[in-house]
Design a binder for this molecule. Sequence first.
Ligand code: ZN
Length: 146
Amino acid sequence: MSLRELYQEMIIDHGRAPRNFGALSTANHCQMGHNPLCGDKLTLYVVEQQGVVTDIKFEGAGCAISVASASLMTEAIKGKKIDDIEKLFSEFHHLVTEGKAATIDLGKLAVFGGVAEFPIRVKCATLAWHTLNAALHNNSDPVTTE
Ligand code: ZN
């Protein structure tokens, strides 16, 4: 089996049986993401404590790439600091647009390198990451008009 085939198998596997799938009642960040180009939708539930993502789950539906990306992202970032997650996101973005990581080993996330050949799929692969970014940067204070 070639590396490319192995990568495709992994995306199909995670697309069919996503890890960390479901709601999380203990979440202190919750964010919805939508990729209208493909119809991918997801909701992220994040538990963040003192700058560390201690737990994360997601719900939603979409193409195999978007679901697999969310699944592998939750595995990759659980237990990581927000600073490190931001570095990972910028590397991941480089991977899916350029076909390879720039500086660090992305581990399992490297399976998305093939997405670079299909620019329309980049948004599918990065939806979960953009949603996470928004989730971690929203202001959790209640909204007031004054
Ligand atoms: Zn998609």
